[in-house]
Write a protein that binds this ligand. Structure first.
Ligand code: GDD
Ligand code: MN
Length: 401
């Protein structure tokens, strides 16, 4: 008498990918497989048999016995999880997880990856809109050394079948918005909306993922250790059965997701330190100005310039040691330090120029009180100086990543 495979344990708590995989009974096991493919489902009863059959035939040819398929179903009313569990009789490499509390496509994928044993983790839709045969090309990209291999509709060989103009516009619009809010995580992909990709487990191990809605891929590129991305063109197919679950809610969730990632990835601690150093610079500036102007009787302009320069030097030293110390220690040597000091100086001088411009604009054009204008200008210039110094003076080179 053959029995269905038991349902997989449903992880809870942090959405973190473990270093070593779990077994069904929740014990840890370092018996890795080569590949785990998660198939998130919701009401895919009409598609589940077909997709499992095709995926098994494909992967049996390439990595027999060294892969697993993990259906993660959110307690579908059409009983997709039950149908999938029955299929485990015929497909022993198929595992099924039935979630009854947590819901959502992207968390389903991560919960599937949390119980997965593959060194490479993948995701594909259950509705055959992601052509399964593209898996083999994605697998080749991983084999060549990619950390992430994405099936893209926007590279050669890619496309969408009969999407109406509105869906095309929304998809491209979402991509544009993502490029503005998260240029790095979105800009490295031609199709950041793709839900069809593979990622090396090591690239996301230990990273706390916190996706919202449908877009798991931007979570991976924003929080993962991704150096090499391979892309494969594919044509997004028409659904044969069932219906898309995409509603306006997913678009709202996508914007929420972008803003959350932007907030999470903003280097707050560094910014606070930068502000404290800048504040200390004010006292150095005033102190030196008093010494030169009142004690030594220097002229006004000379006192202003010299005291500002000493304050900039003070700020550079503290920022190099404390605010950006974790970066500058990888950029040792007097030449590199002088180069950073020069860039820091130029950025701070441009900040001084911006300060004067803003105070005049606010005071003379918008008739803002001069002290309010000064405070607004200081806040704006602090952001300006921080961002350009982070990106230029203490830039983390790819090699250091
Ligand atoms: N477990 C679970 N929970 N699965 C879900 C849920 C959910 O809440 N919502 C949808 N799914 C499953 C569907 O059953 C299907 O297998 C897959 O996720 C995609 O859902 P669709 O509703 O068919 O999305 P789509 O076809 O409009 O868009 C898909 O393809 C795009 C291009 O790759 C999604 O994968 C998008 O994220 C992706 O951008
Ligand atoms: Mn679909």
């Amino acid at each position: 008498m053959k029995y269905y495979s038991p349902l997989m344990p449903v992880p809870s708590g942090l959405l973190k990918i473990p270093k070593s995989p779990f077994l069904v009974d929740g014990t840890r096991d370092c018996q890795f497989l080569k590949f785990s493919l998660v198939i998130p489902t919701y009401n895919e009863g009409d598609n589940i048999q077909e997709i499992i059959k095709i995926l098994s035939q494909l992967l049996d040819r390439v990595i027999p016995e060294e892969y697993e398929l993990i259906v993660v179903d959110d307690n579908s009313p059409d009983g997709t999880w039950k149908l999938a569990q029955e299929l485990t009789l015929e497909y022993p490499q198929l595992k099924v997880m039935r979630r009854e509390r947590e819901r959502g496509l992207s968390t389903a994928v991560i919960r599937g990856w949390q119980v997965a044993r593959g060194e490479v983790l993948g995701v594909i839709d259950a509705d055959l809109q992601h052509p399964p045969e593209v898996l083999l090309q994605l697998w080749q990209e991983m084999h060549r050394g990619a950390d992430l291999a994405v099936a893209s509709r926007h590279v050669e060989g890619g496309g969408v079948s009969e999407w109406n103009i509105i869906r095309r516009f929304l998809s491209r619009g979402a991509q544009m918005l993502g490029l503005i809010i998260l240029p790095k995580a979105i800009g490295c992909l031609s199709d950041p909306m793709s839900g069809y990709f593979m990622v090396r487990r090591d690239a996301i191990v230990g990273k706390s993922l916190s996706p919202v809605g449908y877009k798991i891929l931007i979570e991976v590129t924003a929080r993962g250790r991704i150096r090499w991305i391979g892309e494969v063109g594919y044509v997004f197919q028409e659904r044969q059965a069932g219906a898309s679950k995409v509603t306006w809610k997913q678009y709202i969730e996508y914007i929420q997701h972008l803003l959350r990632l932007r907030f999470d990835l903003w280097p707050f601690k560094r910014f606070i330190r930068f502000g404290i150093v800048g504040f200390s610079g004010v006292f150095v500036d005033i102190g030196i100005f008093y010494l030169l102007r009142t004690v030594l009787g220097f002229g006004l302009t000379r006192s202003t310039i010299l005291s500002s320069e000493v304050a900039i030097f003070n700020n550079f030293l503290w920022n190099d040691l404390w605010t950006f110390g974790d970066i500058s220690r990888h950029q040792q040597g007097i030449n590199k330090r002088l180069k950073r000091l020069l860039k820091f100086n130029l950025i701070c001088l441009s900040g001084l120029f911006l300060n004067v411009l803003l105070v005049n604009l606010l005071f003379n054009v918008l008739e803002v009180n001069e002290y309010i204008a000064k405070l607004i200008a200081i806040a704006a210039v602090t952001l300006w100086n921080f961002w350009f110094n982070l990106k230029l003076s203490w830039r983390v080179s790819d090699a250091q990543k």
